[in-house]
Design a protein around this ligand. Structure first.
Ligand code: ATP
Length: 380
């Protein structure tokens, strides 16, 4: 396994360190660390070196990313070029966000239990309202008008719907034995007749090729209601970039908050990028209190992507055991530091309880500190 690691800014390096600790306890991997982030940008003026995207795709099975965003770079230029750059240049068209509560204690709904919150959201990651196209006319005048272009292509919709159905087939086998997995598409084709209409037609076409899955449609607003009222009715949800962005924060809340939510930016079969849903949280950076579970669970998704779904399940079980025992950081009501929470997961993987602030286990990981450019990286 060759894994590129880009810890990034704020709490990114702190939570990524814990994910690597967990990786060290589970598998042998070749790790290359890349320093791209605000510090590197402010020191060198470089966001990400030329050829870096090609190098990631060529030399690595997957990328583990921390978080990007730093108040010293107010326009977030480096974050756009690194993170959005990876998404675009590696063509990571599926933003996969599991919504799986691992313990009853983290579910904020009065009448739901953890077993009721277990579905996966597929958000289209490359087009829609995030095309960056549009214009503002008459800025500052009473006639000011802003037009945002929401771009939807048949190719874009078809591939995300297909990825969602393919995922649902595998998800159904392991997590819904004995019944057909459900794929639900959410749009607003009642008001967005162009893009929404295209989503509606293409979803039906793709669904016809997957008779082993149930398919249904809801308007995005009705789905928000359903996620709160009846999350157990959901298996796999597929939707566009904007609705996926909004609904996935609701999904993060359903499974216990931003500190717990993992995600992947995926192109099936290709080098993909895994990162916690949360951002760089500058208010927490350097204080050793950030929750590392979102990053650790993102590592689990990465491992499943490279064919080790068994290790993802072990990580999920270990995090669940920590939550059940209250071995958590303070955002979840516990007392552990970021490092102690990572140690607790490692201890649970080994079948034991956390020892508080134990030392990190020896990791069978060959860590290579890589430079900013592919050449320095190879020179090692
Ligand atoms: P972005 O725009 O990059 O998504 P943001 O500023 O909107 O970032 P986050 O950086 O994710 O949002 O943080 C929002 C708040 O959530 C933080 O101030 C922090 O209180 C909380 N938070 C985020 N991540 C964690 C974490 N891993 N552990 C504990 N609290 C967290």
């Amino acid at each position: 396994m060759r894994i590129a690691v880009v810890p990034g800014d704020g709490i990114g390096p702190e939570v990524t360190r814990e994910a690597l600790k967990v990786l060290g306890a589970l598998a042998t991997a070749e790790i290359s660390l890349f320093p791209w982030g605000a510090d590197h940008f402010l020191k060198t003026g470089e966001t990400i070196p030329a050829g870096a995207f090609e190098m990631l795709a060529r030399d690595f099975d997957a990328v583990l990313s921390g978080a990007f965003g730093d108040p010293r770079v107010p326009d977030g230029r480096h974050a756009d070029e690194i993170l959005l750059g990876m998404r675009r240049r590696l063509d990571l068209f599926a933003n996969v966000r599991p919504v799986r509560a691992l313990d009853d204690s983290v579910v904020p709904l009065r009448r739901a239990r953890a077993a009721d919150v277990d579905f996966v959201l597929f958000r289209e990651n490359t087009e829609g309202a995030y095309s960056g196209r549009g214009r503002v006319t008459g800025a500052g005048t009473s006639g000011e008008e802003a037009v945002e272009e929401d771009v939807t292509t048949r190719r874009g919709v078809e591939r995300i719907c297909r990825a969602a159905f393919e995922f649902a087939v595998a998800f159904g086998r392991t997590r819904r034995p004995g019944r057909r997995p459900r794929v639900l598409m959410a749009d607003k084709h009642n008001v967005q007749k162009g893009g929404g209409g295209l989503w509606h037609r293409v979803f039906r076409e793709v669904a016809a090729a997957f008779p082993s899955c149930e398919n249904r449609h809801m308007f995005a607003d009705a789905l928000a209601h359903e996620m709160v009222r009846s999350p157990a009715s959901l298996d796999v949800v597929v939707t566009n970039n904007l609705f996926g962005d909004v609904l996935s924060d609701l999904g993060a809340a359903l499974q216990g908050g931003l500190g717990l939510a993992p995600s992947g930016n995926v192109h099936p079969g290709r080098t993909s990028v895994f990162e916690p849903v949360h951002g760089s949280a500058p208010d927490l950076a350097g204080r050793g209190i950030a929750n590392p579970f979102g990053s650790i669970r993102s590592l689990g998704m990465l491992l499943a992507h490279v064919g080790r779904g068994d290790l993802e399940e072990r990580i999920e079980r270990a995090v669940a055991a920590c939550l059940a025992a209250g071995e958590t950081t303070r955002d979840l009501g516990g007392k552990l530091s970021t490092g102690e929470a990572g140690d607790a997961v490692v201890a649970r993987l080994a079948g034991g309880k956390a020892r508080g602030s134990g030392r990190a286990p020896r990791a069978p990981v060959r860590a290579r500190r890589a430079g900013a450019s592919p050449r320095r990286r190879r020179a090692g």
